[in-house]
Design a protein around this ligand. Structure first.
Ligand SMILES: O[C@H]1[C@H](O)[C@@H](O)[C@H](O)[C@@H](O)[C@H]1O
Length: 550
């Protein structure tokens, strides 16, 4: 059905039109633009319900972080003899190694876009539960495998779990969070990812000393999944998804639990419901339901329409570009190569305990994500990136320069000649990499996970799925290219390439990423409809600051 004239008010779609128009025009009496930003509301930090809900959902981050490092440990220890001949009664062939190390990210990549579609059909919460089952199943399959194929199967199942959890969890948290603390709540996910990485390093370090310890390393991944399954069972769906399914009463009940401790609970609920209804009405006006279709083909038609709207509508295309660009930069800046290969780099630099030095990287990552948690809603996503990416560039360039004075080889047991004579360069490199990690964790390490807020409800799930697939695709590329680049291009040029990627990323962020802090989820469609919205949000921010001052 074509869009009606804005003023038309009769006919079967009249109520829908009224809702969608009031919503689009931002009718300030009936439809304030946000989740209710009364001054008192901005002080509201959410009750225990929203925080415990975020932590339970965020356990996916812990699992995802744990699996990321576990993935690295597998890669590293296949080269040593952690697995020995435990699988199939023989040493692993190169093909075994390649399959085992690549299947997790490959399946994660495949799972993301499907998760986007399934989370619309079955709900966000149910997909988290399915992912938990897959995490536990994958961990058990790996820990109990005696054959190479069992290990490959287990790691592929974990890949599906990681992909779907990483796509759906930020979506779930964004859709339940009050808008003025949404940034922080999503950072909890990043905090748990980095926490999971620290835990995995410690577990890997401890168990790699024991015979058959790898079974514990992979098997322990089941524990947080079981815990999360039990807690998510007790939690509700997001109000946005419930409304989309026509379950208005349930949606209101969830909102009541979220805003229970807020001084203006009823008013906020009314405002949020108004915004969601407006968005759903606008979406219905654009879609063309065919009552004669069978439900399966109606579902496929619906998926097609969402994909069409995602790629066809300017606002959605812009949202997708921003989300994918941020996820790509998060990976292509090379941070994970540091996570994966820091042990190798530090042993080549002759540090006495490379594993402990790698733990410093993971620990710094965790601590500075915590700093981002405190500041993100105050500073804003865009500004945090504009401040932190240049620090990453400087640290990378210094690292590249320091490498010119060292002649390192990444072959096992190789050392740096200068180190014996007390060269300061390895320490300079360690300091630069720590600064790089801190700046990364403060900004680009967590901001891309705010991705769901960029998309309107009808394409939020699919858009988030595709953005997450970009993350996994680029993660895969960096993991695959880092060592060859170090070898063929030299460490200096490898770090220089990462610095260049960051410079380009910074320029793109400056040009196209609007400030999303404090915006209601339903405001975004209007923001990106005529351009990138950067000016608009900066003006709005300046006005708010001015109002707060007077
Ligand atoms: O947000 C996370 C986090 O920054 C991790 O430390 C990194 O390893 C992941 O790739 C990223 O997605």
């Amino acid at each position: 059905m074509a869009l009606h004239d804005e003023n038309e008010s009769s006919g079967p779609d009249a109520p829908l039109l009224a809702e969608s128009n009031a919503f689009r025009q931002g009718d300030s009496a009936a439809a304030p633009s946000d989740d209710g930003h009364a001054a008192s509301e901005l002080q509201y930090l959410g009750g225990w319900f929203i925080w415990s809900l975020t932590f339970s959902a965020g356990l996916s981050g812990l699992l995802f972080g744990y699996e990321l490092v576990d993935h690295f440990l597998m890669r590293k220890y296949f080269c040593s003899d952690l697995l020995g001949s435990d699988l199939s009664g023989r040493p692993l062939t190169t093909l075994d190694e390649s399959l085992i190390t690549s299947c997790t990210s490959l399946f994660a990549l495949i799972a993301c876009p499907f998760t986007g579609v399934l989370a619309d059909k079955y709900g966000r919460r149910r997909i988290i539960l399915y992912a938990d089952v897959l995490f536990a199943l994958g961990a058990i399959l790996q820990a109990s495998s005696s054959q190479v194929w069992g290990m490959i199967a287990g790691r592929s199942v974990v890949g599906l779990a990681v992909g779907s959890a990483s796509a759906v969890t930020p979506l779930y948290i964004s859709e339940v969070a009050p808008s003025h603390i949404r940034g922080r709540l999503v950072v909890i996910l990043a905090l748990l990812i980095t926490g999971g990485q620290v835990v995995a390093y410690i577990v890997g370090w401890g168990f790699s000393q024991l015979p058959g310890g790898w079974r514990w390393i992979v098997g322990l991944g089941a524990a947080p999944a079981i815990l999360q399954f039990a807690t998510i069972l007790l939690l509700p769906e997001t109000p946005r998804w419930l409304m989309k399914m026509g379950l208005e009463r349930k949606a209101v009940n969830v909102l009541r639990r979220i805003y229970r401790n807020s001084p203006s609970c009823d008013q906020i609920i009314q405002q949020v419901m108004h915004s969601i209804k407006g968005e759903i009405a606008a979406e219905k006006l654009q879609s063309e339901p065919n009552e004669n279709q069978q439900s399966s083909s109606r579902w496929l038609g619906d998926v097609y329409q969402r994909a069409h709207s995602l790629f066809g509508e300017g606002a959605n295309r812009r949202a997708l570009t921003i989300a994918m660009m941020l996820q790509a930069l998060q990976q292509l800046c090379g941070f994970n190569s540091l996570m994966y290969f820091s042990g190798i780099i530090f042993s080549a630099l002759s540090f006495s305990s490379p594993t402990l030095t790698s733990l410093t990287v993971a620990g710094t990552n965790f601590v500075f994500t915590l700093v981002a948690f405190v500041f993100i809603d105050r500073i804003g996503r865009r500004r945090i990136l504009l401040y932190s990416v240049p620090v990453m560039v400087i640290a990378l360039i210094l690292c590249a320069l320091a490498f010119t004075s060292l002649n390192i080889s990444l072959e096992p047991q190789s050392t740096v000649p200068g180190q014996e004579t007390g060269s300061a360069y390895p320490v300079i490199i360690l300091i630069c990499l720590t600064i790089f990690t801190a700046a990364y964790a403060f900004g680009i390490g967590n901001v891309p996970w705010q991705q769901s807020e960029l998309f309107p409800l009808n394409v939020r799930s699919i858009g988030s799925g595709i953005a997450t697939a970009t993350n996994w695709g680029c993660n895969f590329i960096v993991g695959l290219t880092f060592l060859p680049m170090m070898k063929w291009l030299s460490p200096t040029w490898t770090f220089a390439v990462y610095a260049l990627v960051c410079v380009v990323g910074w320029l793109v962020i400056r040009g196209i990423y609007p400030e999303m802090s404090g915006l209601g989820l339903e405001e975004v469609r209007g923001l990106l409809s005529e351009g990138w919205g950067v000016e608009k949000t900066l003006r709005r921010q300046a006005e708010t600051r001015h109002e707060q001052r007077v």
